[in-house]
Design a protein around this ligand. Structure first.
Ligand code: ZN
Length: 445
């Protein structure tokens, strides 16, 4: 699927921005000529696009690569595949291997809030740790708590990713698993990612430098990073002091770092916007998720975005498809139409980018693109009809630059980098199906 572009490359018979039958000449990683009937030069590599659309490579503006690699080796413990306690039991019973069992995607609709006792009842012969699908919480059984050296009566651990990672001593094939996951993303046409993990630190940065990945990586993380956004987690249940938060934002800005706020509730969003209003904004400031944005909050977002420093929203339309049925049950009806908005942000002039939030969402960006167009839940309900995008707008959320997820979508033009997603069909056809199977090649210099 993936091929790093040669120095001298001619892509033949491609559709570029709606024009069919074009050849695209690339030199040293840049497009130098686009035209019909361009002659292939001696020694030039060729790649036949067979009439398919040549798009810029997709950028996933919000993903957690290491967690995704781990999740792919984990047992799914929540909807849609696991919805009852019996199914959870079967899933854990059938877990491969003979030591740790790592479960992911748990939701309390399966069997309530898990604890040490309830997990022991299901499985007490192997250490079990199960992550809640919010990513905030882990449930462990007695054996797991013992092995981790953690005293816990409940078996419910909050935001302990770093601790867990250290105590579990990363296994050797983690690197191989991450690189394999990178190839999976390349098969979707993804050539750039922003790793939005809030615990990313200088160790993570060093680890990334050792990896051979198919994507360019933009890292956000904690205070120890010198570049990239400072990721700030907010939690309704434990909001920080607003003055402290404003100070933290101002300090990051002073060091040349924008901030990225995790906001999945209205309160978290309003709180983040209050801090940004007081501290002032800087280019690159962003809101991750903005899951619930009603009219007044949207106006506040616009006010905070005054001057040229527009605060960007990075949304995950795939959650409408993947979790929509659960939202219909859990979220108050008055909020249904403003969940994971898309068109509302664009109409209000708020810069908008897209991410999958994998492994908490499906890593396939085409599923997110399709969800932004259809806004249909698994059961076929439509959520937020007024928030639909055209296929071009939805694709655009993933074509914006890695360092500017709400900026103008990248284009295949002379001077553009060799960073492409080649489709097997013309766009006119592709826009009706919007699936990863459309991707025939991913090319990056
Ligand atoms: Zn995330």
């Amino acid at each position: 699927m993936y091929s790093a572009g040669a120095d001298d490359l001619m892509i033949v018979n491609a559709e570029v921005e709606g024009v069919a039958g074009l050849n695209v000449r690339c030199r040293d990683g840049r497009v130098v000529e686009i035209g019909r009937g361009l002659a292939i030069a001696p020694g030039e590599d060729t790649l036949d696009a067979r009439g398919g659309a040549l798009l810029p490579g997709l950028n996933d503006h919000h993903i957690h690569l290491f967690s995704l690699a781990a999740a792919r080796r984990s047992v799914p413990c929540g909807p849609p595949s696991v919805t009852t306690r019996a199914q959870l039991g079967t899933a854990l019973e059938n877990a491969l291997g003979d030591d740790w069992i790592r479960g992911v995607g748990y939701h309390e609709s399966v069997a309530g809030m898990l604890d040490k006792q309830s997990l022991d009842e299901i499985r007490d012969d192997r250490p079990v740790r199960i992550q809640h699908r919010s990513g905030k919480m882990w449930f462990v059984n007695s054996l797991a708590a013992q092995r981790l050296g953690i005293e816990t009566a409940s078996g419910q651990l909050f935001r302990l990713d770093t601790l867990l990672r250290e105590r579990l001593a990363e296994d050797d094939d983690l690197i191989a698993a991450v690189e394999d996951t990178s190839r999976l993303l390349a098969s979707y046409g993804v050539t750039g990612i922003t790793d939005a993990t809030y615990t990313n630190d200088d160790t993570t940065e060093a680890l990334y430098q050792r990896l051979e990945l198919c994507q360019r990586v933009n890292l956000m993380g904690d205070d120890s990073l010198r570049t990239g956004s400072l990721k700030i987690m907010l939690d309704d249940a434990a909001l920080p002091d607003l003055d402290d938060l404003r100070e933290r934002v101002a300090r990051a800005h002073h060091r040349g770092r924008p901030v990225a706020f995790h906001c999945v509730t209205r309160t978290e969003l309003v709180f983040a916007l209050a801090a940004l209003r007081d501290a002032g904004t800087t280019p690159g400031d962003r809101i991750e998720h903005a899951a619930v944005t009603d009219g007044p909050t949207l106006r506040l977002l616009r006010q905070v975005s005054r001057d040229d420093h527009h605060v960007t929203v990075v949304t995950q339309p795939n959650f409408i498809a993947e979790r929509g049925d659960q939202y219909l049950e859990d979220v108050p009806p008055e909020d249904h139409d403003t969940l994971y908005r898309c068109r509302g942000f664009l109409d209000a002039g708020i810069p908008l980018g897209g991410g999958t939030d994998a492994p908490y969402g499906d890593p396939d960006p085409w599923a997110a693109i399709r969800a932004a167009v259809e806004r249909q839940t698994t059961r076929g309900e439509i959520l937020g009809e007024d928030e639909t995008l055209t296929p071009e707008q939805a694709l655009g959320l993933f074509l914006t630059p890695l360092d500017s997820p709400g900026g103008p979508p990248r284009r295949v033009v002379v001077g553009a980098p060799v960073d492409f997603c080649v489709l097997g069909t013309r766009w006119e056809e592709a826009r009706d199906s919007l699936g990863a199977e459309l991707v025939s090649r991913t090319v990056r210099h």
